[in-house]
Design a protein around this ligand. Sequence first.
Ligand SMILES: *[C@@H]1O[C@H](CO)[C@@H](O)[C@H](O)[C@H]1NC(C)=O
Ligand SMILES: *[C@@H]1O[C@H](CO)[C@@H](O)[C@H](O)[C@H]1NC(C)=O
Ligand SMILES: *[C@@H]1O[C@H](CO)[C@@H](O)[C@H](O)[C@H]1NC(C)=O
Ligand SMILES: *[C@@H]1O[C@H](CO)[C@@H](O)[C@H](O)[C@H]1NC(C)=O
Ligand SMILES: *[C@@H]1O[C@H](CO)[C@@H](O)[C@H](O)[C@H]1NC(C)=O
Ligand SMILES: *[C@@H]1O[C@H](CO)[C@@H](O)[C@H](O)[C@H]1NC(C)=O
Ligand SMILES: *[C@@H]1O[C@H](CO)[C@@H](O)[C@H](O)[C@H]1NC(C)=O
Ligand SMILES: *[C@@H]1O[C@H](CO)[C@@H](O)[C@H](O)[C@H]1NC(C)=O
Ligand SMILES: *[C@@H]1O[C@H](CO)[C@@H](O)[C@H](O)[C@H]1NC(C)=O
Ligand SMILES: *[C@@H]1O[C@H](CO)[C@@H](O)[C@H](O)[C@H]1NC(C)=O
Ligand SMILES: *[C@@H]1O[C@H](CO)[C@@H](O)[C@H](O)[C@H]1NC(C)=O
Ligand SMILES: *[C@@H]1O[C@H](CO)[C@@H](O)[C@H](O)[C@H]1NC(C)=O
Length: 844
Amino acid sequence: MFWLILLFFIFTKVSYSADHYTFKNCSRVDFCNTLRNRVPSDDYTLDATSITLSSDNKTLTARLKSSDNRSDLNLTLNGLQQNTFRLKITEVDSSRYELQDVLDGVPTPLSFGTIETGANSVTITTSDSNFVILNYSPFNIEFIKNGVTEIIFNGNQLSLEINNATSPFTFGVTFPQAVQLYGLHEHCETLALKNTSLNGTDPYRLKNSDVGYYEIESPMALYGAVPVLYGHGINATEGVFLHNAAEQWIETTNNPLGSSHAYFIVETGTLDLFVLLGPTPKEVVRQYTALTGRAPVPPLWSLGYHQSRYSYESQDIVANISSNFDDNNFQLDAIWLDIDYTDGFKYFTWNYTTFSDPVSLQRILASTNKKLVTIIDPHIKVEKGYSVYDRALANDFFVKNPNGSVFQGPCWPGTSSYIDFLNPAARNYYSSLYSYDNFPNSTSTISGIWNDMNEPSVFDNSLEMTLPGDSRHNGNVKHREIHNIYGYLQTMATYHGLLDRDNHQRRPFILTRSHFAGSQRYAAHWTGDNQADWSYLHAAFQGCLTANILGLVFCGADVGGFFNNPSNELMERWYQAGAWLPFFRAHSSKDTKRREPYLLPEESQTVIREAIQTRYKHLPVWYTLFYEHRRTGDPIIRPLFYQYPEERAAYKIDNQVLVGTDILVRAVYGTNVTEVDVYFPAGENEVWVSATSDDVRAGTGLTTIAVVREYSPIYYKRGAIITRKDTIRSNTVEMEKDCHTLYYTANEDGTAHGTIYLDDGISFKYRDQSDFKYISIDIDSTHISFTTLDGSGDYEFVVEKIVRRDIVSLPKNGTPGSYKETILTRDADGELLKNIKTTVIKLK
Ligand SMILES: *[C@@H]1O[C@H](CO)[C@@H](O)[C@H](O)[C@H]1NC(C)=O
Ligand SMILES: *[C@@H]1O[C@H](CO)[C@@H](O)[C@H](O)[C@H]1NC(C)=O
Ligand SMILES: *[C@@H]1O[C@H](CO)[C@@H](O)[C@H](O)[C@H]1NC(C)=O
Ligand SMILES: *[C@@H]1O[C@H](CO)[C@@H](O)[C@H](O)[C@H]1NC(C)=O
Ligand SMILES: *[C@@H]1O[C@H](CO)[C@@H](O)[C@H](O)[C@H]1NC(C)=O
Ligand SMILES: *[C@@H]1O[C@H](CO)[C@@H](O)[C@H](O)[C@H]1NC(C)=O
Ligand SMILES: *[C@@H]1O[C@H](CO)[C@@H](O)[C@H](O)[C@H]1NC(C)=O
Ligand SMILES: *[C@@H]1O[C@H](CO)[C@@H](O)[C@H](O)[C@H]1NC(C)=O
Ligand SMILES: *[C@@H]1O[C@H](CO)[C@@H](O)[C@H](O)[C@H]1NC(C)=O
Ligand SMILES: *[C@@H]1O[C@H](CO)[C@@H](O)[C@H](O)[C@H]1NC(C)=O
Ligand SMILES: *[C@@H]1O[C@H](CO)[C@@H](O)[C@H](O)[C@H]1NC(C)=O
Ligand SMILES: *[C@@H]1O[C@H](CO)[C@@H](O)[C@H](O)[C@H]1NC(C)=O
């Protein structure tokens, strides 16, 4: 076994590509290989006489008859709120595993309206006027909204192999309106999914895996799984969410004429499908996040810049980094400790040789308002006397082998066992380990926890680097039935542990590598072990855009790339890009050169300092967007297709993001780039005003823009008010009392609009006591007004400056326009802004 691991490392380090021997393709996975080639066939017929509506009118059931000797099937259909349906199909005497713990509460079914039974089909209406038609033979289901068929569940691709609790199943969905498919996180892939069926490209695989040196634009499974697929076209956007955590492979076909299609091949578990009828990208995302939940408002500090490395190996090094950041005027909120701070990779311990006084280190960081984040992985070193292990063993909290013995496999500490997070008692135990008493020498300066290796990773190539599918969880559940929620359940336990640790007074911050649908409720995630190459900078935008439309809004990528040494130019561009993803952390591997920004040449430092400052200046924008996400489910960063669903030429654009609705940022990736194409959406009347030069552009599609070293292109939308904090401080804590600066370019009628969210940045009072303020800012040609939209907290919104950018000339026929800047500041009284008659400038 170990020689294989060794071989793996040697092989991958030399080649810098993924290990295709360890991580199988479809043809080497029996159920995929068999079922991928299944010829569609109408094996099932709906028995019209079996259609039954429950007495409360909320559940429709029917029987599907098999034409061969397979089991008949039960079909269950519910209409849910917000144009959502739930469809379950199982064998009549199924004992298939039903997924628990993922949904954010039990969705409430609505009453159906009318049911019209015909000779060939039954038509059901819902109270919100959607139609579902179940056709008997050939069997299929049509979901219709506003008279448009949005989704067809194809009966001829339905197969539940035999009446066998662990057997695979397949089904197909067609999106008649869709020309482009999105979703199916996590792959290192373009935002717009590809056709997988042609030229032997594998289907997209979802099986959480610790893949070293993962490759660009690949259907290989990565660390997380979100089995959500959206179909999008000009006339409708819709989606499906397969509530199932087993390994699966999805064949996708994008049809430019409509009727895009997907075929799901699933190893085990239940066919439990949520159908989301949109009909716009915004609605479909809201429908999905209503099911799996929304991210809580993060602690404000976590939106600052984070410095990490595998590893900072002593407390002196950490203290030195902290003072170097301060001395060189680089803003910083947190320093991260990777695995080497521990005593022999035993989590919740310290290596006291290198961290001789962890509390004093935490005090040093706290004295300059910085935080410490420590890594805590789910594998537990097998060692008698290590109390975390001893107690877990004594209480039967580890994953087991089929014969009932405790599973052991190699990981960082050597032989390890794995906490069984499916067991609620094991989760409680794990949560308790985070308490200040159980994690010796931890203080509140450890403000965040990093859950890594939680696919989970097992260093055994013959197991595809994870637990065997046959290993057992609480209730004799096989690992293959829940594989994709292992990391999700770990972060759930960590979240509750941090809540308890701080008596529910502080918002936990957790970063996780593995994730599942709904992980947004507990943790941020990043794109794992990327590489110091331009293509991975682009992939950071691609991955986080996909994550953001799937609810996983708090997303980032290792700035600079984890593996290999970036050029200074790559570092500069990556900071410029990374500052515009929701999670902003630099991280690097052991065998790379140290690359904290102050170690780079002076000119690079200047560029990077500016990029980090740009991030901090826009903190109010980020924070407000997180709050708005919590209200609505809307993404923080958005692809163009989401905001401009009719803009077909933009469906595949994934090298630029919209931050909220109002800021457009293009990543620059490549050596010596002097110009890039930026896509400006929505036609002549949508005007975009550069935040870094006097350039003004209209929404007429791809436009070549000159690029300078100092900035990547950043544009503010005309009519938007961007609220910033422009005073440069060392970190978010020190910015707390700073006043705001408003930036805007008025629409032709002189108006502009924005919002701002204010709270204490730390506690749950915003949630429990309405202790926040959510404010609408509205400008017309003479007034600026502030209106409280929600919240009753005692927060002052103090504006010290307004930067007005008046259009001098509009862009025309490809020629850019320009603007003139006027800065309005407070007058001597400190109350009114010159030249603007204010209704209220100070809120109270
Ligand atoms: C699947 O992987 C094996 C082993 O890496 C390789 O030999 C084979 O060509 C691959 N098959 C396809 C269809 O990619
Ligand atoms: C169910 O629907 C039937 C027919 O539409 C109606 O008569 C009945 O009152 C409904 N029952 C409930 C519980 O809504
Ligand atoms: C029943 O199904 C099995 C497995 O699919 C097959 O081998 C067998 O021939 C079938 N029997 C009949 C009577 O159709
Ligand atoms: C299938 O439906 C029948 C009633 O038609 C019910 O008795 C049975 O429990 C259902 N099976 C499952 C697995 O839910
Ligand atoms: C159930 O299905 C699995 C996977 O297809 C197969 O290996 C196993 O033999 C089946 N068990 C029974 C009892 O049919
Ligand atoms: C399939 O291969 C052909 C020839 O190599 C190529 O032109 C085409 O773009 C490929 N199609 C897909 C979907 O990859
Ligand atoms: C959108 O709907 C219109 C009107 O029904 C139809 O003519 C058009 O073909 C549809 N477009 C697509 C891409 O499906
Ligand atoms: C994907 O497949 C569809 C249907 O076969 C085809 O019309 C379309 O051109 C393909 N797209 C690409 C990019 O090959
Ligand atoms: C602290 O950092 C500076 C700048 O990188 C370096 O020159 C110095 O050797 C470091 N000191 C220690 C004790 O690590
Ligand atoms: C502690 O750190 C030192 C220095 O890196 C290392 O040599 C030693 O093996 C570590 N001890 C343990 C128990 O991890
Ligand atoms: C905390 O660290 C100190 C060394 O700084 C050590 O002496 C002490 O035993 C540790 N406390 C616990 C509870 O382990
Ligand atoms: C980039 O520009 C530098 C300096 O002008 C030059 O030395 C280098 O060759 C250029 N690199 C590429 C890939 O064009």
